[in-house]
Design a protein around this ligand. Sequence first.
Ligand code: AMP
Ligand code: MG
Length: 353
Amino acid sequence: MSNKTLITKAKIVLLVIFLILGLTIYRFQKPQLVQENQFVLGTFGQIHLYTKSPKSGNKAINQAYQRIREIENSMSIIISDSDIYQLNENAGIKPIKVTQDTLNVIHKGLEYYELTKGAFNIGLGKISKLWGVNIETDNKIPPAIPKEEEILDAKKHIDLYQLEINNNELFIKDPKMSIDLGGIAKGYAVDEAVRTLEDLGIKSGFVNLGGDIFVLGSKPDGTAWQMGIQSPELGSSNVIVKIQLRNSSIVTSGDYQRYIEKDNKRYHHIIDPSTGYPAENELTSVTIISDTTIKGDSYSTAAFVMGLEKGLDFIENLENTEGIFLTKDKRIYASSGIRDEIELMDKEYKLFK
Ligand code: AMP
Ligand code: MG
């Protein structure tokens, strides 16, 4: 064997050793937390993920936020060239060509409208405008209680059958109707951000858009994510119940999240389409745990509108969907699939089985 061949062979052996060493170090390296918060869709977005390569982790987070912004640009009601802004501006005038994302969400909105018998209604834009409850416009409209006749008039213009779909063109036939995706778009955006992260190989982390959360996989040590439901009275640092989750969404709708108070009465952001007023019942919050965040977002709003009995019954009959309901008099009710997994943290509350 010549000297040259010997040197080449030695080089190859060394390279293989370095490669194995590198791979071993990588395998035993602890995943690191990479995180970023950004203001999107009218709320604070929070993405946390665990990765052995912070550089690609940061890249993944950026791509996830880019995806969320793409959705925001299609569905915002305040960005003047968004699909939804244009659709509403052109109600009764002309059809508008929309993105596939907008179409996906509109189709889901129509599906949930049927499923919830109208409790979830993306066509109530005129009512939510009166109350100033859409998350993007919230705090920008003076917090005044609308006049009853205004509400009764707006309530006549929420019939979703007035929305015509023709391939990728949408048309609102009723010139006085408008679409509000405030109760569904965040959920869709979370699911799409999660999909983006998964496509880039991320296996552990979470995406949170103002309380619409999806936890990816489990924590890096293999244990489940511990999630809490916050106290409607005392705020987010006080947890009423804890629950362990893996690969799941968790979304809460509550009357304490956004509201105005007048004459000792709370007017919150979850509208009962049958009255045109904020839903009034025994509930303070509904938390939905399910396989997609878009479901959780819509069903939590819908179940809140339905009230405890009907809402619980509705959730009980759905697949891959569980619900936890908190009442004003500090009772907790949960659907059968999750009842036994709830850890009660606040002794003032009672868990009813
Ligand atoms: P969430 O915060 O997910 O409970 O959704 C409430 C938001 O959805 C509100 O800020 C409105 O923009 C919109 N919304 C309110 N009530 C309803 C309803 N009954 N159906 C559909 N969207 C609603
Ligand atoms: Mg919701």
